[in-house]
Structure formats: structure tokens, C-alpha cells
Unconditional design. Sequence first.
Length: 320
Amino acid sequence: MTSPHSSDSRARFRAARFDWASFAGEATTALAALLIIAILLIILGDIILHGLPNLSWRFVSTGTGSDMFDVRQTGILPMVLGTTARVIIMTILVLPAGVATAIYLTEYARLNSPFTRVIRGAVNNLAGVPSIVFGLFGAGFFVRFVGRGLDAALSPHQALTVWGQPALLWASATLAVMTLPVVIVTTEESLRAIPQGLREASLALGASKLETVFKIVLPQAVPGILTGAILAVSRAAGEVAPILFTGAAYYMADLPHSLHDQFMDLGYHVFILSTQAPNIDQTRPLLYTTVLVLLVLTFALNIVAIFVRAAVRRRLRLLQ
């Protein structure tokens, strides 16, 4: 006959047995995380190691010289300004459209409506389209259709080509279409996170649906909307394919002065240095340094958006 003491001992032993399945799962996920971090550190370390020795104020603050493939003569100021301008304009274009779409889907659209399903399907499909397809779309729609339509409307009796050509505005608009799903999805998640009780309390006090959305719901969702803007900037800053046919220039002697001018871009310049250099060994230091500047610029744009988001969150806490 088994004693109660021995039964309790066996139960404690079974409870204390090592769980190999849990250990294997935890070790696998930790190894995957470490592998990703290691790859990232290796890439960043290689870029910093080879790019930092040639980084100087003259390189960042001057334009391209007589030889754009010589690190001792050329500068990348036009590329820095062009990249910054297209990202800022893209953000200005994509945020209103993405936020408005997310507000409609979250606050107004019926869940089982065929029209709502069509919109959500379009957003999901748009997120999976290759970036080169967006470039072809931008060239066909923005440059040829919208741009030439503007030229025909503004100068009906003159054969002027002002807007019907690759330009800073069309490249930014193409990037806005490409990053639209990111802004819509993040804004929707932010709006859904707002407690339903706030909406009901606002409506019970006599506020209209529109007042509730813009005065109660939307201010609470601003940090999440800015998160979508950060993700959009992160994706668009280094994209080259969408701007190949819509605005990027191989070389420009002057900086762009208006929205219908072409521009030089850091990502496109990296592509040129990688494929068009007559002497790749001579150009490699310039390539590494340009990539380093592109990473720093992308991080800087993200950091600015992160600080703005943090300031908004602090203000919301104070108001509460």
C-alpha cells in the first residue's frame, strides 16, 4: 500500500521535471532574435567602418563636382536635400488621405458592407504590390495623365511641358500611394484602441458624430497616427524604384526650386555608384559614405517623428 507521503513526493517530482519542450522553444526564439541583432550589427558595423573615414563636412555640405565618382571632389548636398524634400512632401500627402480612410473604415463604415470589403481588400492588395510597379503607376498616372492634363488646362494654346514630366511632386505622390496602407492600418489600430465608452459619453452629452470623432477620438489616436508616419518614412526614405521614372535625376547642376523640378536622391545616387562607376575600387569609399549618410538621414527623420510623438503623449497625459 502506497503511503500518502510517497504520493506527494512523486507529485512534486513530476512537477519539478525539466520541461524540454518549453526550453527548446525559448532557446529557438532567443537564438533567432540574437541572429537578427547580429546581422544588423554586422551590416551597420561594416558601413560605419568603411564609410566614416571619408565622411566630412565638405562632403555633406557641397554639391557634385566635375567627377561625381571621386570622393575627393564630389559632395552630396543635392542628394540630401532631395531625399529630405521628397520624404517631407510624401508625409504631407499620405497622412491626410490615410487618416481619413481609417476614420471612415473605423467610425462610419458598416463591417459587412460590400463597399467596406472592397476598400479593405484594396488596402491589403496595395500593401503587397512591388515598389517598381508603383514607379510605373506614378509615371503613367501622375506624370502622363495628371501632369499633362494640368499643362493642357493651364496652357491650352501653348505646347509647354511644366507638369507633364518627372518632378519632385510626382515622386512624392507615388511614394504616398506606396505607403498609404501602412498609415491606414496603424491609424485603424489606434482608433480601435480608444475605449468605446468615450464615444458613447460624448454622444450622450449631445455632441454630434463628427464632433466626437474630431474632438474626442482623433486626439487620443494621434500617437498611433505618428507611429504610422514613422513607419512610412522608414520605408520611403530608402526606396529607389518608385522614383526612377517619376522624378529622380542622374545629375543636376542646380538644386530643385519648385515642385515640378527633378531632384537628386541619395538612394538613386547609391544605385548609380553601384552600377555606373567606371572604377568600382575607386568609387567604393564614396559608396560606403553615401550609404552611411542615407542611414543617418533616415534615423534623423525617424527620431524627429519619435520626439513629436512623445511630446504629444505627454500633452495628452497632462490633459487627462
